[in-house]
Design a protein around this ligand. Sequence first.
Ligand code: NAG
Ligand code: NAG
Ligand code: NAG
Ligand code: NAG
Ligand code: NAG
Ligand code: NAG
Length: 270
Amino acid sequence: MIVFKVMAQLVTGLVFLSVTFRYSIAADTLNPNQPLRDGQTIVSAKETFALGFFSPGESKHRYVGIWYNKLPGGQTTTVVWVANRSSPLSGTNGSLELNGNDTLTINSLIFLPMPMVALTNPVAQLLDDGNFVIREANSSEFAWQSFDYLTDTLLSGMKFGWELRTGLNRNLTSWRSKDDPSPGSYVLSINLEGIPQVNLWSGSTKKWRSGPWTGIKFSNIEEQPRTYGLRFGSVNNKDEVYYMYNTTGTELVIRVILDQSGMFKKLCVD
Ligand SMILES: *[C@@H]1O[C@H](CO)[C@@H](O)[C@H](O)[C@H]1NC(C)=O
Ligand SMILES: *[C@@H]1O[C@H](CO)[C@@H](O)[C@H](O)[C@H]1NC(C)=O
Ligand SMILES: *[C@@H]1O[C@H](CO)[C@@H](O)[C@H](O)[C@H]1NC(C)=O
Ligand SMILES: *[C@@H]1O[C@H](CO)[C@@H](O)[C@H](O)[C@H]1NC(C)=O
Ligand SMILES: *[C@@H]1O[C@H](CO)[C@@H](O)[C@H](O)[C@H]1NC(C)=O
Ligand SMILES: CC(=O)N[C@H]1CO[C@H](CO)[C@@H](O)[C@@H]1O
């Protein structure tokens, strides 16, 4: 009986230890040449989001992603961003690093376009809205942000659309499957010809169009977003064309995703 109790304590102790190891970086910031290794996470200031390595579904591949930190149960089941969706790692020897060139790398390889500016004191930080940014340590201006590289999920405050000067096209691309975040069949993007509209593409086939923005909603969408306390907005000028929603008016944790079957869905996380 006593042996059993000691064993149980030992097991509990071990479980506790492994949990502490897994979450050993208790900060929201990555400093240069301080790698984040597979098994470690950084967590945003209010603990809303976490960033680290994960394997989706049944996959054995490892990806760097951002997920809701406080959901009960499997946290990485609600991944909202994937850094390198096309080129996963096969082993758990991954390491994410902000190198001396203000550039984020995974095992020394650059995985997305990175800033071309020289920073004196760069830091990479995971913010509470789910944005992962590179900035000068003493500045709040972002040199790079994950919000410019959407995957299948639109979070509150993300710009969905174009930065015209640079040609940056922030569109949503579905995952290939639940186990594979690489680009799937569907893309939701803004078409700039005429009055900007949202189009759903499957390859080169246009599946659906939103109709023009009426100032409150898209003409081809029934639902009234304000019912949920969401605030929708659009910007259309010579520099930018985008849509955005904010969850300012609601306590609900809401995200919008383009799923593997091309459905554009608003999901509540609780
Ligand atoms: C990580 O492990 C894989 C095989 O599991 C190997 O091919 C690769 O070279 C390793 N990478 C590093 C950076 O150690
Ligand atoms: C920084 O960039 C320079 C020039 O492209 C390159 O030679 C150097 O290896 C890079 N440094 C790191 C740490 O990646
Ligand atoms: C930030 O730090 C850099 C280099 O240390 C300095 O040149 C710059 O003036 C600082 N900026 C602010 C806003 O303090
Ligand atoms: C979606 O964005 C990517 C990256 O900017 C771009 O290469 C692709 O052509 C875009 N697709 C559509 C349908 O807008
Ligand atoms: C959403 O919030 C951001 C940051 O507070 C603000 O800049 C933006 O104008 C808001 N957008 C809408 C549509 O309310
Ligand atoms: C670290 C890594 O695998 N990087 C790759 C991420 O994806 C881009 C484009 O798909 C590749 O060019 C990188 O080598």
